[in-house]
Write a protein of this length. Structure first.
Length: 388
């Protein structure tokens, strides 16, 4: 893969100078969905699929970019002094966003670069192709310009880039999970404090199978913002009786049950219920990983999906179909949607001996019910970004 990207780089931009190679992973969230913007705990992990980049520093201020995923866009060129969002620059806006964010945080980027990338994450799958590109660029800037910051800080700068430059009001989970990935470990992250611990994922005779609905996630962004607003409004209601809390996740499920009537809107009550019970499930899931109790961990995945369907209402017919078919298959320990919802992917834990028949059966029944194919990936938990 890297050889192909390197050859394209030389073909587009020439062979001279010091050419560097980088990789940043994608991520999947095992459990803890739609709670990173509510101060809750999440349990994501980095993947071995992700984004490869080949780069060479320039002596002027030009930035020239080419993607093997968007070959029809050709070389997109910009300048460090002209870092503004332009729709015609498509995917390169994420690169501009990160450079802009580094400069906003006081880091001098005084030269341009030539850049070719290729992502092995399916676009629109909910496996964080955009955050993978952001963290890849962050790692490149750190190494090219000798910037002395931690990868935790790099993840915060990348989130700032997406929030303020791209205009997507995402939480910290995606960037953090990619920046801090560790092979064969999930990250138990408190999104309010950024305290984190690694949790070994010892699957032994089991595999993580990602199933992609292949549905375009056209609702995801608008519904994400809608759910976020519902949670913010609910927090204001709760603060009338519990002014000391800062985030929804400061409440326990038991505390919520005692005061939930202060939230007058029943739909908002359901949203908060999901947040608090999902936060509780994530804490239990971390403990089960510590105990290597994958069976109980899998049961929590199932409960998570049920809550995302009934209380948070972010699943949709394609995700529900995939999960409900998966639950019926032999060897399945647990299955749920992962990511923002309304399309994207599910994550299932499947006994290794049943993986092939799982893919065959789920794929066949999904196509019969939905009318088009799902795609399947047997996932490996990968490491943090690196220069190769």
């Amino acid at each position: 893969m890297l050889d192909k990207i390197l050859n394209v780089f030389k073909e587009k931009f020439g062979e001279t100078g010091t050419i560097l190679k980088f990789f940043a992973p994608g991520r999947i969230n095992l459990i803890g969905e739609h709670i990173d913007y509510n101060g809750g705990c999440v349990l994501p992990c980095a993947l071995t699929i992700g984004t490869y980049g080949v780069v060479r520093k320039r002596e002027d201020n030009k930035i020239r970019c080419y993607s093997l995923n968007f070959e029809d866009k050709g070389i997109i060129e910009t300048e460090i002094e002209n870092l503004k969002y332009q729709s015609e620059h498509n995917w390169v806006n994420y690169i501009k966003a990160v450079i802009w964010a580094f400069e906003q945080k006081g880091h001098k980027i005084d030269k341009g670069f030539d850049f070719v990338c290729f992502g092995t994450i399916p676009n629109g799958s909910g496996l964080s192709s955009s955050a993978s590109l952001e963290i890849l660029i962050s790692k490149i800037l750190i190494d090219l310009f000798n910037i002395n910051i931690s990868m935790v800080e790099a993840s915060l700068i990348s989130q700032f880039a997406e929030n303020k430059f791209i205009g997507v009001n995402c939480g910290i989970m995606d960037q953090f999970a990619i920046a801090m990935g560790k092979k064969d470990n999930a990250i138990f992250l408190n999104t309010n404090t950024l305290d984190y611990k690694y949790a070994p994922v010892k699957l032994d005779d089991m595999k993580i199978v990602i199933s992609n609905t292949n549905k375009k996630r056209e609702l995801a962004d608008s519904k994400y913002n809608e759910r976020r607003k519902e949670c913010e409004n609910s927090l204001l209601e709760i603060k009338k009786v519990k002014p000391e809390i800062e985030t929804l996740a400061d409440l326990t499920p038991e505390e919520f049950e005692n005061i939930k009537d202060v939230i007058k809107d029943e739909t908002w009550q359901k949203r908060v219920k999901h947040v608090l019970y999902e936060n509780d499930r994530t804490k239990k899931a971390y403990e089960f990983l510590q105990q290597n109790n994958i069976i109980e961990f899998g049961k929590l995945l199932n409960l998570s999906h049920k809550s995302l369907k009934e209380d948070y209402e972010v699943t949709g017919v394609e995700l529900d179909t995939l999960v409900e078919i998966s639950w019926k298959q032999e060897g399945v320990i647990g299955s749920r949607m992962t990511g923002a919802g309304f399309g994207g992917c599910t994550v299932s834990i499947v006994k290794e001996q049943f993986v092939d028949i799982f893919i065959q059966n789920v794929g066949k029944e999904y196509k019969e019910k939905i009318g088009y194919d799902a795609d399947f990936y047997v996932a490996e938990i990968g490491d943090a970004p690196k220069q190769i």
